[in-house]
Design a protein around this ligand. Structure first.
Ligand code: LMR
Length: 333
């Protein structure tokens, strides 16, 4: 009887100990709103591959693309609550986090090209913006590029007058709200997952986004005219819940940092080509007509949108604008 008790006791101890001994992996839920087949989607999958490899399976990354877990607004709330551990929202969506300064990056015609954008974010401004998040319990790990916006409707958008009265979906930034108002449009914030249907049913007349988001969401099938204006830049910040991140064992965090650095290089290296390929696909699909601005038309847009810069100071503050001006060696206002 005594022997039996010992055996039973040992079996019980083993059963209790097994989960801990097998060391169930740390789960990181990474939620985002775009398709897998986009720069951000591919970046998230690359991070998963590298993170699981470097941690030897001690960490499991569950990627939830295409708003399958949360939509735009919900995912930020979920990160703060700890229901999800990692996101990569466009920085245009950071005002609800109390970090309006990020919206300065949405100023129209701010970055002359991708190289200028990249240099700026690797400099002081990138670090300064991430510091703004710390107070909110959020840590910024990396900036991921997705190139420049196109803009579309069911009529050619070539001159500022073409925007008059146009209902345009925007993703969240008040700076974008402002430049569309400068053009005479009526902007409306809407979750990314709702845009296709809103365009199809005429809830909105138009939208802006990068070419890879147009093709993967099929916006080009419900918009007749797309202007390759490249009037503003789309960038993401990969963010985590600080408490969760800082609570990870230091060696694991180091391996994840390495995976993130490599996934970031990868994402930023493919973004431009992904968008060029998407533009070619829009042309091939033939549903929407692509339009390109002449120099005079571009100048007219820039003149119409110029008041946004003055206005932005009251919204994002002078400090971030001064930092950007210094970084880009330009004069603001
Ligand atoms: C949008 O909502 O338009 C985009 O920011 C979606 C994305 O994450 O690229």
């Amino acid at each position: 009887m005594k022997k039996l008790t010992i055996i039973f006791g040992a079996a019980l101890a083993l059963a209790v100990a097994t989960p801990a001994m097998a060391q169930s992996p740390i789960i990181i839920k990474f939620s985002h709103v775009v398709a897998n087949d986009t720069p951000k989607g591919k970046g998230a999958l690359k991070f998963k591959e590298l993170a699981e490899k470097y941690t030897n399976g001690k960490v499991k990354i569950e990627v939830y693309p295409n708003s399958t877990l949360y939509k735009d607004k919900e995912e930020i709330e979920a990160l703060q609550l700890g229901s999800v551990q990692m996101l990569a929202p466009s920085t245009a969506k950071f005002a609800p986090l109390g970090a309006k300064e990020f919206e300065a990056l949405d100023l129209p015609w701010l970055f002359k090209d991708d190289a200028t954008y990249d240099k700026a974010m690797k400099g002081e401004i990138g670090k300064w913006l991430f510091q703004k998040l710390e107070a909110k319990g959020i840590s910024g790990l990396a900036y991921w590029d997705n190139g420049f916006h196109l803009v579309s409707a069911n009529r050619p958008l070539l001159n500022p007058a073409d925007f008059q009265g146009l209902k345009v979906r925007i993703s969240g930034s008040k700076v974008a709200d402002r430049y569309f108002r400068d053009l005479g449009s009526i902007p409306q914030i809407m979750a990314f997952s709702e845009v296709y249907q809103a365009l199809q049913t005429g809830v909105v007349d138009g939208c802006e986004n990068t070419a890879s988001n147009y093709t993967t969401q099929k916006f080009d099938e419900v918009q007749k005219d797309i202007t390759v204006s490249y009037h503003a830049h789309l960038q993401y910040a990969v963010i985590v819940n600080s408490k969760f991140w800082k609570g990870l064992p230091a060696d694991i965090r180091g391996q994840l940092d390495k995976a993130m650095a490599e996934a970031t290089d990868y994402t930023n290296s493919i973004a431009q080509k992904e968008n060029e390929d998407a533009l070619a696909l829009i042309k091939k699909n033939g549903k929407a007509k692509l339009h390109y601005l002449t120099d005079d038309q571009k100048k007219a847009w820039q003149t119409a949108m110029a008041p946004t810069y003055k206005w932005a100071k009251g919204r994002v503050g002078g400090e971030v604008l001064d930092l950007i001006a210094k970084e880009l060696n330009i004069k603001m206002n």
